[in-house]
Design a protein around this ligand. Structure first.
Ligand SMILES: Cc1cc2nc3c(=O)[nH]c(=O)nc-3n(C[C@H](O)[C@H](O)[C@H](O)COP(=O)(O)OP(=O)(O)OC[C@H]3O[C@@H](n4cnc5c(N)ncnc54)[C@H](O)[C@@H]3O)c2cc1C
Length: 408
């Protein structure tokens, strides 16, 4: 009944990804000291350096693993993605090189499921090919949408032949240099068509595809952040009298929150897959250090307290991987798996934080230095306990579902 073995094809793909990340991506990490570059020249230079690696990823048959073949991807299912994304995630650069990093990866999935054929040709195809980047603009400064998306304030007013969007977003990752944004806005339901009126009244939010060349779209600043490793920054952006035509509506008017679930449930899990790679690499660095370094007459790993940290990390990584595989299996079987993806997200986000923290501790001053990537991992992974739903919000939802289930 339970079979955790990989098919020969998947085992070979795993080996190929592992070898590519080890031989091509990790050696190139030194050329990418920080991704959050800001001038147009630096952004272009970074994109050019990235493209050199992406050419090799395409040649190795390792590009856009999550997208169906019809739109230029490798057509992997969630379980196969779990294997490939974890290997790619050994380097923070890996998912970017394989074109399966956030937010593009989640946006590609959303476009695949929801966009019209014309929208797919215009946005999805070049995104999958790695010719453009994208961003997802949902979170707003207080009192707007944050943990609670229902606080959404950005507003799209119906105008003849289109919509005028006004509002401020922040932490729009990757916005600087992106070709388009998927913007979540409340919609003017009074003037919506009769057919969609009901849906608008129920959900009152709509997703719009906004070209960043639109004169109504403006990047205010890169929000300075401890996560410095994001190409295009975590930006504050303003939509100011931003006019878009009707064909900019992604899917149907009023279904924005529904589509957010289409994006978030799998995106949550793919984040876990990538971050698990970081945990595994951190663990391996800690093991090497504990095997090589001596203190008080013995190898570090022989000290019980160090061994205990390694054992805890090994157990938690194993449990995290099994949770990811199980949730992936549920999604592959057509289930929504909301409870399982929520539980997995919380557990993996907290596990990766703990594993990286222990690895820093075991490696001593080297863990803090920039000689090892651990300090970069430490700074980068902290945010995962907040984005895609803070741990506390997931815990509240998980508890609510359990209580409701037993009450019934
Ligand atoms: C690195 C990074 C990248 C991001 N990228 C994007 C992006 O590309 N696009 C985008 O739209 N957004 C993005 N975000 C924003 C992210 O989605 C939000 O930070 C998240 O939804 C939380 O919203 P908030 O920061 O406004 O926190 P708040 O809503 O202000 O909540 C603050 C804290 O309060 C607690 N809390 C909130 N509600 C509850 C509750 N019900 N029960 C118990 N405790 C609670 C939690 O501890 C939470 O962390 C990003 C954030 C980060 C840090």
């Amino acid at each position: 009944m339970f079979d955790f073995s990989l098919t020969p094809e998947l085992a070979a793909l795993r080996e190929r990804t592992l070898a590519f990340v080890r031989d091509v991506v990790i050696p190139a990490e030194k050329d990418f000291p920080a991704y959050d570059v800001q001038s147009p020249e630096e952004i272009k230079a970074m994109a050019d350096r990235l493209e050199v690696l992406r050419v090799q990823a395409r040649e190795a048959g390792l590009f856009a693993p999550h997208v169906v073949k019809e739109w230029g991807g490798m057509g992997l299912n969630m379980r196969e993605m779990a294997i490939v994304f974890e290997e790619a995630g050994h380097s923070l650069l890996g998912p970017l090189v394989l074109n399966c990093s956030a937010p593009d990866e989640g946006n590609m999935h959303l476009l695949e499921v929801v966009a019209s054929e014309e929208q797919k040709e215009r946005y999805l195809r070049p995104l999958v090919a790695g010719e453009i980047r994208s961003c997802f603009a949902m979170t707003e400064p207080a009192p707007g949408a944050g943990s609670d998306p229902a606080l959404l304030k950005t507003y799209a007013k119906r105008e003849r032949g289109g919509w005028v969007i006004n509002g401020t977003k922040w932490y729009t990752s990757g916005a600087d240099g992106a070709a388009f944004a998927i913007c979540m806005a409340l919609t003017d339901h009074d003037s919506a068509s009769d057919e969609s009126k009901q849906a608008v009244k129920r959900s009152q939010a709509t997703m719009f595809l906004v070209d960043t060349t639109n004169p109504g779209f403006r990047i205010v600043r890169h929000v300075p952040s401890m996560d410095v490793n994001f190409f295009g920054g975590h930006c504050e952006v303003v939509f100011e009298d931003c006019f878009v035509t009707d064909d900019a509506v992604l899917g149907e008017v009023g279904k924005g929150f529904q589509y957010a679930q289409v994006r978030l449930a799998p995106a949550r899990l793919t984040h876990c897959m990538r971050w698990l790679g970081v945990a595994q690499r951190s663990m391996e660095m800690a093991i090497h250090y504990a095997n090589a370094r001596e203190s008080f007459g013995q190898r570090l790993g022989q000290h019980q307290m160090v061994g205990s940290m390694l054992a805890d990390s090994a157990m938690e990584i194993h449990a995290a991987r099994l949770m990811i595989w199980h949730a992936a299996w549920l999604l592959d079987n057509g289930e929504q798996a909301r409870q399982e993806t929520s539980m997995t997200k919380v557990y993996v986000a907290e596990t990766v934080n703990r594993v990286v923290d222990r690895a820093v501790q075991i490696c001593g001053a080297s863990g803090i230095s920039e000689d090892l990537p651990l300090s970069l991992f430490y700074r980068s992974v902290r945010a995962f306990r907040i984005y895609d739903g803070p741990s506390e919000v997931h815990r509240a939802v998980i508890a609510h579902r359990i209580l409701k289930q037993y009450a019934e």
